[in-house]
Design a protein around this ligand. Structure first.
Ligand code: 4AD
Ligand code: MG
Length: 462
């Protein structure tokens, strides 16, 4: 059986002193006094470090006095009440072993570094307070997402990463091929994909939706949660080429059920993480975003606004705000429009629903007005669009027409169309961008700082 080390998180929760315990971690700082040395040791289990005190009497004290910031150490000692301020417990060292030394060129010597710099050392930034907190929050929120759905009887479906169809129809896909690029086989002057690995064109998925829908029409309520890939060449603080998406799909449900689910989920996740990782969230509230707590309160307490797209355009058009892109019916909302609606006008999360058909993908259900589809976006303060979702077109003929109208190939979607012939049922779903949600709960302003290894145009280190 794997018996883990005693974590610092466990020790700091201790109710009483303990003798002869082992702590392993990395040295954050060492300070030397006349006859002893103080160490701050962090093991990643929580934000707090533990203070360890090594007396000159210990065996290898001369060696101990040379241990550098960043070194990996293993300490055996006693947990005793700390006379110092700010901590209840400290560690009285019996033996201190250096597991891995750390020389002076360790880049995390000083306490504060810019996010830009830390991005260049993504392999080390998890050792700072801020990024340690971030990645613990990320881990626990992943868990909470599964918990939310599993508690409600949703089934988790593993949708494929390599796909033969373009879900969003936006052509922002990375190609998957084993062709030797300088020698691509051709036929009649065109690339001959029948020679490629899959015998046809293949791409990385932009969304698991099309693959999860048939499982919704089989298992009822389902979700997928995995990485998605988009080759859009936009270098913004809210876009990445690889990001994670949570996509539930609910059966016998319409757009309003979809918005109900989205609202419940967002509120649940905010409540969960505030409670579960309170210390880490506090770091962001104190050092990253002074408005964080107020914003989290708002989402937990206020009902989300629900607003038809047409009314959103009216509000934007009649506002006194000067927008770089004037709002107009039929156009997508720009980030500045999203932020205005949620941050200034309503001051709460806003669902914008019933969008113009022309700017939305083929699978969204056509409304009776002949102009709009049953789509919704959830806009939240600090981020803008967090969620995109819709009721799906469950009527075979309409769906077939939309595929044709969008110049998509029927034969690529035969299986999707078949689900509309064999026991079709109304259903709806949405996609929540996990990194955007992390930006929201931490106040971090650049999406590159909420994922371990960001992938963006012209950037693929690590
Ligand atoms: O609005 P999107 O494109 O919706 C879909 O992909 C649907 N198929 C989802 C569904 O109905 N099952 O993307 C959903 C969310 C966005 O609202 C945004 O939060 C996030 O995914 N997102 C991105 N996050 C980071 N980088 C990017 N390039 C993103 N593109 C979308
Ligand atoms: Mg969208």
């Amino acid at each position: 059986m794997y018996t883990p080390r005693t974590s610092i998180a466990q020790l700091l929760e201790s109710k009483s002193p303990q003798n002869g315990i082992t702590v392993s971690g990395w040295v954050r700082t060492r300070r030397d006094a006349k006859s002893f040395s103080f160490f701050e040791i962090n093991d990643g289990s929580c934000l707090s470090s533990i203070q360890a005190i090594a007396d000159e009497e210990i065996e290898n004290y001369a060696n101990v006095k040379t241990i550098g910031t960043g070194a990996a150490v293993s300490i055996v000692g006693d947990l005793v009440e700390s006379p110092g301020k700010g901590q209840r417990w400290e560690l009285q060292v019996h033996t201190l072993n250096v597991v891995g030394t750390c020389p002076d060129d360790y880049p995390l010597q000083k306490k504060r570094h810019s996010d830009e710099f830390l991005r260049t050392i993504a392999h080390l930034r998890g050792r700072t307070n801020k990024y340690g907190a971030m990645f613990r929050i990320r881990s626990r929120l992943s868990y909470a997402i599964h918990q939310f759905f599993q508690e409600r009887g949703f089934h988790y479906v593993h949708t494929p990463i390599i796909t033969g169809s373009d879900c969003e129809g936006a052509g922002e896909m990375f190609r998957v091929t084993t062709f030797d690029l300088p020698n691509v086989p051709t036929k009649d002057g065109l690339t001959d994909f029948s020679e490629d690995f899959f015998g046809q064109e293949a791409h990385l998925t932009v969304s698991g939706q099309l693959a999860v829908e048939p499982f919704c029409l089989a298992l009822g309520d389902v979700y997928t949660f995995g990485p998605t890939f988009r080759s859009e060449n936009s270098n913004t603080s809210r876009h990445m080429s690889e990001f994670w998406m949570i996509e539930p799909e609910i059966a016998f449900a319409d757009l309003h059920d979809d918005m109900d689910l989205a609202e419940e989920m967002v509120r649940y996740l905010v409540g969960f993480i505030r409670n579960d990782r309170a210390e880490d969230i506090k770091l962001f509230a104190n050092f990253v975003d002074k408005d964080l707590i107020a914003r989290l309160d708002l989402v937990e307490r206020a009902d989300f606004e629900r607003l038809p797209y047409t009314e959103a355009i009216e509000i934007l058009s009649s506002s006194k705000e000067t927008f770089e892109f004037p709002p107009a019916w039929g156009n997508d909302l720009q980030s500045e429009h999203e932020r205005y609606l949620t941050e200034k006008h309503f001051k709460r999360p806003v669902f914008v629903y019933d969008w113009p058909r022309e700017i939305k993908p083929f699978y969204m259900r056509e409304n009776d007005d002949g102009k709009t589809v049953a789509a919704m976006d959830l806009l939240i303060p600090h981020v803008g669009e967090l969620i995109g979702g819709s009721q799906r077109e469950e009527r075979f003929d309409r769906l077939q027409q939309r595929i044709e109208a969008d110049s998509l190939k029927q034969q690529d979607y035969w299986w999707y169309l078949e689900t509309r012939r064999f026991g079709s049922a109304p259903h709806a779903g949405f996609g929540l961008g996990f990194e955007r949600f992390l930006m929201f709960v931490t106040g971090v302003t650049n999406i590159r700082d909420v994922i371990p290894y960001p992938r963006t145009p012209k950037h693929l280190e690590f």
